[in-house]
Structure formats: C-alpha cells, structure tokens
Write a protein that binds this ligand. Structure first.
Ligand code: MAN
Length: 354
C-alpha cells in the first residue's frame, strides 16, 4: 500500500451547527472540494437525525420543500416494529415496502487556507428543494470548467437515487441544472475539460443490476448538461472491489494522463454489514480516457485510523475531492460516514504506483 505522507481529520459532527433546532448532526463527510479565490472550498455533506426520541417509535426525516425555497425538515413517526433495518442508514417500511433513510443530508460550505485545517465553517447551505431531493442531497463532487464550478450531487427521494448538477461562480449563489443521470445512479464525476470535442463523466448506474455487479460507465456531453454516448468503463477485479466500484475524485490532468481516485467495496457474503470501503487510483489516457493506462491493483488506502474504523458506518474511506499542490496531492474523503479528513500523497510515489 502507498505510504500516506500525512492524514488529518478536518471536521467532526460537533464542529457543525444543525440546520434547525430539532435536528442533530451525526455526520459531516464526503466533501466536494476545489480551490477558489486562494482558498480550499469544501461543500461538506451534513447528515442529521431528529433530536426527539419517542418510546417504541422511529422518526424518519424528510424535507418538506415541495420544490419551494425555504423548505424544512419534518419527521415522520413509525412504530419501530413496523420497520426493518437494511443497514444503519436505510429502513424498509413493512406496510408499504418503501425504503427510507434514517437521516437526511444537505451541503454546507467550509473554507481552508492551507488545505490541512478548516478555518471557517460558513453559514452557506445548499438544501434540498425539488421533489427529487425529499430525502436529501449527498456526496457532491466539484469540477471547475472555465470560470464555472460545477458540482454533481446525489438527489434521494421516493423517485430513487439520482444524480443532479449544480453550479456556482462565487460560492454564494448556486444554480440548479436538474437531474443529469436518472435513478439509480450515483458517483458521478465530470472531467475538467473537453476531450476530443466533448465533456466526459464517469457514472455508476444501479448497483443491483440483474446480470452484473456494480460497474462504472462513461458518458459524453456537448454542454455538460445533456449526457449520452454511454459506454462501459470498469467493473473491478474482485477482492477489495468485489462489492461495488465507483468514481471518487474528479479526474486531474497530469502530463501522463488523467489521474482519478476511486472507491471499491468488499462486502461479506452474509449481507447485513455494509462492508469495507477502500480507495484505488487509475491513470487514464488524456485523449481517450476510456483507456485505462495504469491502475493500482492493491488499494492505496484502506481504513486504518480510529476515525476511519469507528463511526456511523465503520471501516469506510470514501474519497470525493482533490487539490493539486505541485509535489503533493491532497485527497479529501469521508471517513466512517462521520467525519471529513484529508490524506496527502507525494505525486512521484503515487504515479510510480500506477
Ligand atoms: C447508500 C449510502 C448512503 C446514502 C444512500 C442514499 O445507502 O451511500 O450514504 O445515504 O445510499 O444515497
């Protein structure tokens, strides 16, 4: 495994105020990251659960925005014995068979000058608004294209788990461009420039397909809004990638090609458990990024530190953001679905491992 030059835990749930008084923050993780105006900007996923507890009941949160601005979180209460836990995050309601999340997420902006500590947790929040976001918005990935900072994010609702696109030029006002990949699809990252005339994205369609395990696909677009020309990209090679694979950080162009950090999941056969999430790296051809030139066969990162091994979902490292610091690569990730952390690698060592 690649040697980590440095690992820092940047943000914990107790560092963040809940979005409303009756909620509590249980996770601040999976951040979208970019440099803007000389500072590292992080759009952090904030997961909240209702503060109130009721005997024999479970409270499941959802956003009551009905597409309006200024929506808020309401809690639906169910008898605990009418609900089956699929894992700590997801329950099935016995009466309807519907799935619900035990928490709900929105995005919060934090800033860092040096990239290795948070200097400011702002009050800027990107909260669910549309009917496709009722159960939350999650896991943003930021790609700068020209002067526009695009971010893909997961939109969760009774319609399924889709990926939507947002954008900003100032990190004050945010535009919504709607759903770009329909349910179920997540782990969408945009490449930072046009390649052979079109934009490219990696995406991960439904992980429960009949004929295959989870696979990463590549799509193209003329305008970064309308996506098509879908092609298979990568399906993992067993072992630490046997449960799931998905894109992690937006690809970075180097003189050897695009470097992309991705995640793989190993899931125990007996189910129930979420399994272990590790990270790997890929080198992609600059002219034809569907061509994988190199790949770290062993994970470059697996859960090791206490905050990666213990938390809401133990044993998860989930890279979502990247900053290029010349001789070093800063990779931002969610650990144990609870905290935001940063790992630093030396470029020369990472490239040698590819
Ligand atoms: C999975 C996990 C969760 C997420 C839901 C909905 O269960 O990735 O983190 O909340 O999907 O997207």
């Amino acid at each position: 495994m690649l040697k980590r030059a440095r690992t820092v835990c940047l943000l914990r749930p107790q560092d963040v105020q809940p979005s409303q008084d009756d909620m509590q923050v249980v996770g601040v993780f999976n951040p979208g990251v970019t440099e803007f105006a000389g500072q590292v900007h992080l759009l952090v996923r904030v997961a909240e659960t209702p503060r109130e507890q009721r005997e024999g009941m479970i409270g499941l949160p959802r956003w009551d925005g009905e597409g309006r601005e200024g929506g808020r979180i309401v809690t639906d209460w169910f008898a605990a014995d009418r609900v089956d836990y699929l894992d700590p995050r997801v329950v099935r309601l016995r009466d309807t068979g519907a799935l619900r999340l035990t928490y709900t997420s929105h995005l919060l902006l934090a800033r860092s000058r040096a990239g290795d500590r948070i200097d400011e947790v702002t009050r800027t929040r990107f909260v669910p608004q549309s009917a496709y976001e009722t159960y939350g918005v999650e896991d943003p990935r930021i790609t700068r294209i020209g002067d526009v900072y695009y971010f893909t994010y997961v939109a969760v609702s009774p319609h399924g788990v889709a990926t939507a696109l947002g954008s900003t030029t100032d990190f004050v006002q945010f535009r919504r461009h709607g759903i770009i990949f329909c349910p179920d699809n997540k782990d969408v990252v945009l490449f930072p420039q046009k390649i052979a005339g079109s934009y490219a994205a990696l995406h991960r369609p439904n992980p429960r397909m009949l004929f295959t395990s989870a696979q990463m696909w590549m799509a193209r677009s003329g305008d970064a809004l309308r996506w098509g020309q879908h092609e298979f990209f990568y399906s993992g090679e067993g072992g630490w990638e046997s449960g799931r694979v998905g894109a992690g950080t937006p690809p970075l162009l180097t003189d050897r090609g695009y470097v992309a950090i991705y995640h793989g999941n190993w899931r125990p056969a007996d189910g129930g458990d979420v399994g272990t999430y590790c990270a790997g790296a890929m080198l992609l051809d600059a002219e034809n990024p569907r061509k994988i030139l190199g790949r770290t066969t062993a994970p470059i990162m697996r859960p090791q530190t206490p905050f990666e091994c213990d938390g809401f979902i133990p044993n998860v490292v989930f890279p979502t953001g990247v900053v290029d610091r010349g001789d070093a690569l800063l990779v931002y990730y969610g650990a144990a679905d609870t905290v935001t952390a940063m790992v630093q690698w030396r470029w020369d060592e990472l490239l040698a491992a590819l």
